[in-house]
Design a protein around this ligand. Structure first.
Ligand SMILES: [Ca+2]
Ligand SMILES: [Ca+2]
Length: 388
């Protein structure tokens, strides 16, 4: 659904303020190594790009040990210390457990899981991080892809500083405004940094974001490089061709996720100093079908920002979008109403009648405190469904 389809939003909307020709990045320091240690986060508050929940199978492998999982009705039986006997019986909906063992080198480890029961069975995501301090700043690593290792660049995740939003695990990190090469051991215990040398560029995602919201996450990636550009007013990165991965914004009590949508590649050539123009005005796109005189507008509406980025999962869900059907010839409203349902279960389709033979147009009106009025245009009438 969130595919790159539109090439029309390219560099045109970018404001390239200066090509200062900035060359080398941070000064080169001697390699610096620090130790990280596991930290459970039972009240998980980290925002992980494209966070994955993995189906619970018979085992989960961490540190060379296969921890076994069994079922007892709607509950799970888990052998969290790998002694061959299940010792944790979960509740029926969610659980937080910590697996413990010794890895091949004899080092004790702990690895926590967030577990939840879904309509398709139990699923898990990491519930602990490898945590430590690097040049005075907190660094936390997340085994995002759930393989028990912390060194999957471009797949695992890292949070740098006091914020809560992660980028993908990156070969280069921005620590307090300077760039460093970054390496980590598979067990996540040893992190090494040294000064990055290379062409750089910078991106500011805040200054020209239109919306009553604070950007918490704006994650970009170029191969094994990734940054949460929302972490700084002006984020210094290695020059490259970045793809927007995901974002998160909060305005008052309202939150929203941001997806790639129709965004194209973001060129950050050496020396570029880019302010991203995005956010509002937001437009909605939707489909409808007509069967006889029965009009159906499905609630899978897409909301796109001015750079093509997509906004989804607004919380709280508030009132559903309004659907308006007008006679094309006279502009008269012949039908209006809202999607049904709300809040948690998602919206249900709007169904209405259109007079036979009438040329009509369907629009959507919506309002979000972050973006104000949102207008919706139909992508077009879809083929009529087969009779059921
Ligand atoms: Ca056991
Ligand atoms: Ca991993």
């Amino acid at each position: 659904m969130r595919t790159m389809t539109s090439p029309r939003l390219g560099l045109a909307l970018l404001t390239v303020l200066a090509l200062a020709g900035r060359g080398a990045g941070a000064q080169v320091d001697a390699p610096h190594q620090v130790q990280l240690s596991p930290k459970p986060l039972e009240k998980w508050d980290l925002i992980v790009p494209l966070e994955a929940w993995h189906p619970v199978g018979d085992t989960i492998d961490v540190g060379g040990i296969a921890f076994t999982f069994g079922a007892e009705g709607r509950r799970l039986l888990i052998d969290t210390d790998a002694d061959g006997k299940p010792n944790v019986r979960t509740g029926s909906s969610r659980e937080f457990v910590t697996l413990r063992g010794k890895d091949e080198s004899g080092t004790r480890f702990a690895y926590s899981l967030r577990l939840r029961n879904t309509p398709t069975g139990w699923a898990w995501a990491p519930g602990s991080v490898m945590s430590g301090r690097l040049s005075g700043r907190q660094v936390r690593l997340i085994d995002r892809n759930g393989n028990g290792r912390y060194d999957d660049f471009g797949q695992d995740a890292i949070v740098i500083g006091a914020g809560t939003a992660a980028s993908f695990l990156s070969r280069v990190i921005n620590l307090g405004g300077d760039l460093f090469n970054f390496d980590v051991s598979a067990d996540g215990r040893r992190v090494t940094i040294d000064g990055f040398e290379g062409e750089t560029a910078s991106i500011d995602v805040h200054d020209r974001f239109r919306g009553k919201a604070n950007l918490i996450a704006a994650v970009f990636a170029d191969g094994e490089l990734s940054f949460n550009a929302a972490d700084a007013r002006r984020m210094l990165v290695p020059a490259g061709e970045y793809k927007f991965i995901s974002g998160f914004a909060r305005g008052g009590a309202e939150t929203v996720h941001i997806g790639t949508g129709q965004m194209t590649t973001l060129e950050l050539p050496a020396g570029a100093d880019v302010k991203l123009e995005w956010g509002g005005p937001v437009r909605a796109e939707f489909d409808y079908t007509v069967h006889g005189n029965q009009l159906t507008v499905r609630p899978n509406v897409n909301f796109y920002g001015s750079f093509g980025e997509e906004y989804y999962t607004f919380q709280p869900n508030a009132r559903s979008p309004k659907v308006i059907v007008k006679d094309k010839a006279t502009g008269r409203v012949v039908q209006s109403g809202r999607f049904g349902g709300c809040c948690g279960g998602g919206f249900s389709a709007f169904k209405g009648k259109v007079p036979p033979g009438m040329e009509f147009e369907v629009t959507i009106e919506h309002n979000r405190s972050m973006f104000g009025d949102i207008r919706g245009v139909a992508r077009g009438r879809r083929p009529e469904p087969i009779d059921r």
